[in-house]
Write a new protein. Structure first.
Ligand code: ADP
Ligand code: MG
Length: 390
């Protein structure tokens, strides 16, 4: 049973041809660079892309670069986009070496100083009528390693060689733009004028992003609607598309291992648990009796593996049944609700209040990080031990 149509579409290196919910940000980025394409009186453009992990900074920059190269080509302009990750290339010197390699500039790789590399690069750019956009990703690493000096160097060279420098533009990619305001004064000026900030994705946006990636990577009707919803909800706590796509991919792997023809919410729970194992056996033992009984009721409600959520009223009924089974007097509804909230505070369950207006507002309960089957097994074992105690 094959479920993946093209698994590579979920790899981290893959850059999708469209990025849903980033249309506005991409337009803004283009606007900042529009003067470059007009080409008449080129100036060095500097733009900052900011946003927390998994908001699409890297993907958007690379997609922009690809589109920019194509657009320039259609205008018979020689423009190259170069994307460099500062986590991999941690100093200005290694960054410049990467650029030189990328452009295949015939410079000897030894015995060169940073200045010589930079001048060699600028000379080559001018001689070949080239424009370069250099994107420095995870630039906080470079700041941590070398402080303000690389930025100082890049902009000062620009002052000395205005003509050449105008052909070299920059995109600086950071999580938090505040780190750039820690740079020395002379460098900082003007740097934060052009910022494209990427806000975290909400559940609805993640759902759309996932649906699109599902259609690229899986055969039709393989990933259940409920499973996509569940991944979107789990990832919306962080607003993180990388976490969402990683969970999607792993869910597919668990489905494959089960020889299942569909990806169910239970596969999603397994995948999520394998990424961030939240509930440890030891911490279950410390739960109170009624917390354990409620948790067991939740696993019963979700047990079929086809359900991502249960409602609080449905759960209360199951809880009363479980109490009966173990010969325990059930708690009143308000106490039951209190226990639910305690379980949520400990990160064991998630309670989601739907926003269908105040009257229609309902609570949905789910187990985000752990497969039902494992949890159920463990709870039954603990509860049996408990009831045997005098
Ligand atoms: N709007 C989007 N549409 C489709 N995929 C997206 C979108 N935003 C992010 N992704 C995907 O999510 C993952 C993380 O994005 P990435 O650009 O690496 O985030 P960041 O660099 O901000 O940490 C990548 O696989 C990327 O392709
Ligand atoms: Mg990134």
């Amino acid at each position: 049973m094959r479920i993946f149509k093209d698994e590579a579409k979920l790899s981290l290196e893959y850059v999708p041809p469209v990025l849903p919910h980033r249309e506005g940000e991409l337009r803004l980025l283009n606007a900042f660079f529009s003067s470059l394409l007009r080409g008449k009186q080129a100036i060095s453009v500097r733009v900052v892309i900011s946003g927390s992990a998994g908001t699409g900074k890297t993907a958007m920059a690379k997609l922009f670069g690809r589109q920019m190269e194509a657009e320039a080509k259609s205008r018979r302009m020689n423009l190259r986009y170069i994307h460099i990750n500062c986590r991999v290339n941690r100093t200005l010197f290694t960054i410049l070496k990467r650029v030189v390699e990328h452009l295949k500039i015939p410079l000897p790789s030894r015995g060169y100083s940073t200045e010589e590399l930079m001048h060699g690069l600028l000379d080559y750019i001018v001689e070949n009528d080239l424009y370069v956009i250099l994107a420095l990703d995870d630039v906080e690493v470079l700041i941590k390693e070398e402080g303000s000096s690389p930025f100082y160097f890049l902009t000062r060279i620009g002052e000395e060689r205005e003509d050449r420098m105008s052909r070299l533009s920059f995109i600086f990619i950071v999580r938090n733009p505040e780190i750039l305001s820690m740079l020395e004064n002379g460098v900082r000026v003007g740097m934060l004028d052009n910022v494209v900030h990427l806000p975290e994705y909400d559940a609805e946006q993640l759902y759309n992003i996932l649906s699109y990636r599902v259609s690229e990577a899986f055969f039709d009707n393989v990933v259940l609607e409920e499973s996509i919803r569940l991944i979107a909800d789990l990832a919306s706590e962080r607003g993180d598309a990388r976490y969402a796509i990683e969970t999607l991919w792993r869910s597919g792997k668990y489905a494959e291992a089960d020889e299942s023809s569909v990806v169910t919410p239970e596969h999603v729970r397994k995948a999520a648990a394998s990424i961030y194992p939240a509930i440890k056996k030891e911490s279950l033992a410390y739960l109170s009796l009624h917390e354990k009984l409620i948790l067991l009721a939740i696993t019963r409600a979700l047990a079929l593996g086809e359900k991502a959520y249960t409602t609080s009223s449905e759960l209360n009924e199951l809880y009363r049944l479980v109490c009966e089974e173990y010969g325990v007097q059930p708690k009143a509804y308000t106490r039951f609700w209190e226990y639910l909230q305690k379980l949520e505070d400990q990160g064991i369950i998630r309670i989601k209040v739907s926003s269908e207006g105040i009257r229609g507002r309902r609570s949905y309960i789910t187990l985000p990080e752990v497969p039902v089957s494992i949890l159920q097994h463990e709870l039954v074992r603990l509860l049996e031990g408990e009831s045997k105690e005098p």
